[in-house]
Ligand binder design. Structure first.
Ligand SMILES: Nc1nc2c(c(=O)[nH]1)N[C@H]1C(S)=C(S)[C@@H](COP(=O)(O)O)O[C@H]1N2
Ligand SMILES: [Mo]
Length: 218
């Protein structure tokens, strides 16, 4: 496929496969609750909160943004990893720029149809590989994987991407999403200490007000 940006999800000094993971060529479906059925005609997404220009996007508005392809591995905390997905979609940072986040914005709560939420540090979703995905391996995203549009943040555990995404809420302080209040790690870096799987692994000193120390530099 042309114009594919290849991303290395793992830090340079760490193995490609996070500790405790196995590599699969299957693509398991992990959904809590029912699968929302949303057509591209019905699909809407709101970006609101700590920003100068809250907006609502429809499918045409999404498609007006630059379409990019990113090749990256996917890691699920339930111990499977799959290498070399080719994600097609739109950079989260291009969507957020439309809303003009305030200087005080530190985190983004992703919302999905059906009520799923997951929180991410702003720096993590401003990364060029964080996408609102509409295609996987050149095909439109299947509904069970979040079609018509889902978030993928390849350097974090897969729960850090809302399927059937319908909102980005810009936050001035961190707030835990669905899995984060139900026992999973607030940050979720598969190469962090203890692979950052569970909330009991969090250290009091691990978060800073601006969240910047959460981001691995590569
Ligand atoms: N809306 C929504 N998004 C979600 C989930 C969910 O239950 N609902 N599950 C998360 C979890 S736990 C994982 S591992 C990935 C799984 O994506 P997949 O089903 O495409 O493999 O989606 C994440 N996004
Ligand atoms: Mo998961």
């Amino acid at each position: 496929m042309s114009n594919v940006e290849r991303i290395q999800t793992h830090p340079a000094d760490k193995p490609r496969l996070p500790d405790g993971q196995y590599n699969t060529t299957k693509w398991p479906v992990l959904t809590y609750g029912p699968t929302p059925q949303v057509s591209t005609e019905q699909w809407h997404m709101r970006i609101w909160g700590a920003c100068a220009n809250p907006i609502e996007l429809d499918w045409a508005g999404l498609q007006a943004l630059p379409f990019v392809r990113v090749q990256a591995d996917m890691h699920c905390v339930t111990t499977w990893s799959r290498y070399d997905f080719v994600w097609g979609g739109y950079r989260v940072r291009d969507l957020l720029a439309l809303a003009k986040p305030n200087a005080g914005c530190t985190h983004v709560m992703q919302h999905g149809y059906g009520g799923y939420t997951t929180n991410t540090a702003l720096a993590d979703v401003l990364d060029s590989d964080a996408l609102v995905v509409t295609e996987a391996d050149g095909e439109p995203l299947d509904v069970e994987h979040g079609g018509p549009a889902r978030v993928v943040v390849p350097k974090l555990w897969a729960w850090k991407g809302a399927k059937w995404v319908n909102g980005f809420e810009l936050l001035t302080q961190d707030r835990r999403g669905f899995w984060e209040v139900n026992g999973y790690h607030n940050h979720g870096d598969p190469w962090g200490p203890g692979e950052e799987r569970y909330s009991h692994q969090e250290q009091a000193k691990q978060t800073r007000k601006d969240g910047n120390d959460l981001r691995r530099k590569r």
